[in-house]
Design a protein around this ligand. Structure first.
Ligand code: HEC
Ligand code: HEC
Ligand code: HEC
Ligand code: HEC
Ligand code: HEC
Ligand code: HEC
Ligand code: HEC
Length: 207
């Protein structure tokens, strides 16, 4: 129904770019190649690379395919998404992220791709940036000290005053532990319920 005017139709793709009615190359749908993914990556090489990144959706492993999220014949949503929004696509499998939550985190409600890449990423959990940078893109002036990212906090107090001339006090504590805001899961060491919380006292997503 949405083929006419879809990005594939307007780029002059033919049915036969993806289908070969003369040969049974695939198990079903008479595809041009053996699988859906191979059919798509004939042209979408960049997306193939994205699925090879350190953290990625298990597409090349064969556990899911492009058509779990896209409809190549056209849709009402950009970019050829199968549901009404990015979030509705993600909820089809990650239903627990839908909520409802007593305490919602605004960027999660808006779009999962505020923080995640949909195909793959070199950060863990398909994140768009490493933590804590991911969070401080938006939360740069919280009640947490805004001088978090000096050498004394990232190197356990051993930082040189030369790296950090404006903050001599923070440098007189050699051997101190690394700051919990940059170690391990970073902000999620404490704000663990980052997609939303149902705890009565969970407005800071800590429980
Ligand atoms: C960009 C690639 C692409 C193009 C172009 C394309 N298709 Fe498809 N088509 C697919 C894929 C992938 C599937 C398998 C979908 C699935 O398994 O869910 C499919 C499935 C189908 C099916 C089977 C539907 C079903 O429910 O199993 C039909 C029929 C079909 N296509 C017809 C067409 C026609 C007619 C055209 C031209 C107007 C066309 N396709 C163009 C990729 C394409
Ligand atoms: C014959 C080449 C070809 C094949 C095969 C193909 N595409 Fe495309 N696709 C294109 C072109 C050309 C565009 C236009 C945008 C661009 O330049 O990337 C496009 C755009 C898209 C977009 C982006 C839409 C947007 O709004 O930005 C998606 C998503 C997409 N294709 C998915 C698929 C999927 C899924 C398959 C496999 C079922 C597939 N394509 C197979 C050529 C192809
Ligand atoms: C887990 C769901 C999911 C799967 C699986 C998936 N995509 Fe996507 N794809 C998305 C979402 C969501 C976007 C929109 C990203 C945005 O708006 O920034 C997107 C965007 C795209 C685009 C537009 C350009 C871009 O990269 O932003 C293309 C082209 C595309 N996908 C092709 C593919 C192909 C080809 C496959 C299979 C090899 C595939 N996708 C598998 C969810 C998926
Ligand atoms: C068709 C089902 C499906 C859809 C749709 C889907 N996912 Fe996934 N997702 C998976 C599977 C399967 C895994 C791999 C889980 C594993 O390896 O334990 C995964 C993994 C992930 C992970 C990484 C988890 C980890 O532990 O590293 C994130 C983040 C994620 N998905 C986010 C999204 C987002 C954002 C969307 C929407 C763009 C989405 N998913 C859509 C099935 C899906
Ligand atoms: C504000 C940023 C942000 C947004 C927006 C976001 N996430 Fe996440 N997500 C994260 C972080 C950070 C992690 C890693 C959590 C950890 O280490 O405990 C994560 C982990 C995940 C995981 C793997 C671990 C788990 O909790 O299951 C999945 C799946 C996931 N997100 C899906 C989604 C979906 C679906 C959406 C959209 C409804 C979404 N995320 C929106 C930040 C976000
Ligand atoms: C795209 C922007 C964006 C990103 C990225 C983001 N947040 Fe948020 N966050 C918001 C907004 C907007 C609110 C709602 C603020 C309000 O209601 O005043 C919020 C609320 C919060 C709150 C509750 C604040 C309060 O005053 O109650 C916490 C805690 C929080 N975010 C932590 C995080 C953490 C940790 C990360 C990284 C995983 C993160 N956020 C990533 C935009 C973002
Ligand atoms: C050691 C635990 C811990 C870590 C790690 C942590 N936070 Fe917090 N965060 C808290 C506590 C405690 C509060 C105050 C809660 C309250 O007032 O109810 C808080 C409050 C917040 C708030 C609410 C607004 C404000 O200004 O108080 C935001 C936003 C926030 N943190 C973001 C972050 C970000 C971003 C990171 C990572 C750089 C992070 N937090 C790391 C414990 C932590």
């Amino acid at each position: 129904m949405h083929w006419e005017g879809s990005i594939h139709a307007t780029n002059h793709l033919a049915c036969s770019d993806c289908h070969n009615p003369m040969e049974k190359a695939s198990v079903n749908s008479l595809l041009a190649k053996q699988s859906i993914v191979e059919t798509c990556v004939q042209c979408h090489q960049q997306q193939r690379h994205e699925f090879m990144k350190r953290s990625h959706m298990p597409v090349l492993e064969g556990k899911m395919s492009c058509v779990d999220c896209h409809n190549p014949h056209g849709t009402v949503t950009r970019p050829l998404l199968k549901a009404d929004s990015v979030n509705d696509v993600c909820y089809t499998c990650h239903a627990e992220k839908r909520g409802p939550f007593i305490w919602e985190h605004a960027p999660v409600r808006e779009s999962c791709i505020n923080c995640h890449f949909p195909h793959g990423s070199n950060q863990d959990k398909l994140l768009r940036a490493s933590r804590p940078q991911l969070c401080i893109q938006c939360h740069f002036a919280t009640n947490h000290p805004s001088i978090l990212y000096n050498s004394s906090m990232t190197q356990g107090g051993g930082g040189s005053i030369l790296n950090n001339p404006g903050n001599a006090v923070a440098n007189i504590n050699p051997g101190a532990a690394n700051n919990s805001r940059v170690m391990g899961r970073s902000c999620q060491n404490c704000h663990s319920m980052i997609h939303g919380s149902n705890h009565p006292a969970g407005q800071r997503f800590q429980r």
